[in-house]
Design a protein around this ligand. Structure first.
Ligand code: FAD
Length: 390
């Protein structure tokens, strides 16, 4: 099967229906003048949006795997959504986000609880040595950091600072995570650091990101003729080697349990989102814990492994897939049927709903001491940290 395009333009196949592909499709149409009907998005599930999910009802409960925090330097996001209207077309999504964040500015009075006490605008508590290490990490080339972990770079006292509690709960870092990743986040979010203790500068969409971003973008793309092929799991790509490197000549997929091949012509393009934070995730319930799935439940990891097998220029998925215990995460959504808990949180934090945000709960002195002892015995334990945002 090959896509028949009705213009001189090439066919473009985007694998995965998350925000990466949706945004790519919109940029191709808006900025590269590619007609929408030349673009096909292949998505293994029945819904677009990938990690940006949210669903449910007041009666049955709501579920969303994560909530997104954004900030004023999400320049590509704001640029893209300045062309995408809200469903009622009263304004652009970007305008809606800016208007909303004028009304509701994030200013947490309870970013951190330690030893059971609220810490208002916590100090970072960094020693000179910690600051020097942070500065060194900012400057040191990634190649030199290699496969080292954050714990390899700092001594144990760093992981007891208020800075670390706030850092690890906003970005979901653990001491055993990559020092390179830590460095990248430092670089990306340095301008936000002064507001870390109150979350100032954090912006939000009005609704969850499925309703605020995905639905609107989907409507815009549909109106321009983009084809969405759902229930279509891409299982492999066929490669041709030529003088310029590698070219994809076919896409292999399982569609509604049938195996199919899409022929890719020489002038066509294939763009693949590999890896995913939510691929293979599972949902628990009030009565059952979520099941820890292997990497084969979805196809994102398997596809990347197939593409990269013997072809290291396509990355090393094993860095993720072989370390599930060190990279897995858990989140939960609560649906409350009366306002008691809501009011308790409001009174405890001193913030009206929507004004606060992440609340990190730091360990007690005893736990901190135990952690240090465990580390000196070569055991690295996760610290108690709640509500990771990213
Ligand atoms: C809990 C949580 C909190 C987060 N917080 C933040 C935050 O505060 N700020 C922020 O900027 N970001 C945050 N993120 C990250 C952000 O959500 C992701 O970076 C982004 O949504 C990834 O989009 P994507 O399109 O690259 O991938 P995904 O959203 O993972 O989409 C991939 C899509 O491809 C499909 N797919 C995969 N493999 C195949 C295949 N072989 N064939 C067909 N379809 C396939 C999947 O079904 C999925 O729909 C958070 C993520 C999580 C999980």
């Amino acid at each position: 099967m090959s896509k028949q395009t009705s213009s001189d333009n090439d066919a473009i196949y985007l694998v995965g229906g998350g925000i990466a592909s949706l945004a790519a499709a919109a940029f191709l149409i808006r900025d590269a003048d590619i007609p929408g009907h030349n673009i096909t998005i292949l998505e293994e599930s029945t819904k677009l949006g990938g990690s940006l999910d949210a669903a449910g009802s007041a009666a049955d409960g709501y579920v969303m795997r994560g909530g997104r925090m954004i900030e004023s330097k999400y320049l590509c996001t704001f640029d893209l959504f300045s062309s995408i209207p809200t469903l009622d077309e009263s304004k652009t999504v970007t305008q809606e986000i800016f208007d909303w964040n004028e009304t509701m500015k994030t200013s947490s009075k309870s970013r951190l609880f330690r030893d059971g006490h609220q810490v208002d605008a916590p100090k970072f508590g960094l020693s000179e040595k910690h600051v020097l290490t942070i500065e060194r990490l900012e400057l040191e080339p990634e190649g030199m950091l290699g496969r080292s972990s954050i714990a390899d770079q700092f001594d144990g006292s760093f992981f007891q600072t208020d800075f670390w509690y706030m850092w690890c709960t906003i970005f979901a870092f653990q001491p055993w995570h990559s020092a390179v990743e830590f460095k990248r986040y430092l670089g990306r979010f340095t301008h936000m650091v002064s507001g870390f203790n109150t979350l100032s500068g954090i912006m939000r969409t009005v609704y969850n990101q499925y309703d605020s971003m995905v639905r609107r973008l989907q409507k815009w793309l549909e109106a321009r003729g983009v084809e969405f092929q759902m229930n279509t799991r891409v299982t492999d790509l066929g490669f041709q080697r030529n003088s310029e490197g590698y070219t994809v000549d076919r896409i292999l997929c399982d569609r509604d349990d049938h195996k199919e091949q899409i022929a890719v012509a020489e002038k066509d393009f294939v763009m693949v989102t590999v890896g995913s934070m939510t691929e293979c995730s599972s949902l628990g319930s009030m009565d059952s814990a979520p099941v820890l799935n292997g990497k084969s439940i979805g196809c994102s990891w398997n596809l990347w492994e197939k593409i990269a097998a013997g072809q290291p220029q396509f990355g090393r998925p094993g860095n993720f897939t072989a370390h599930i215990d060190e990279s897995k995460w858990e989140s939960f959504t609560t649906t409350l049927h009366d306002p008691t808990f809501f009011q308790l949180i409001r009174d405890l934090t001193g913030n009206v709903p929507g004004e606060g945000g992440l609340i990190a709960v730091g360990g007690t002195g005893v736990e901190a001491r135990e952690s240090r002892e465990a580390e000196s015995n070569g055991i690295v334990r996760p610290r108690s940290a709640t509500q990771a945002g990213d």
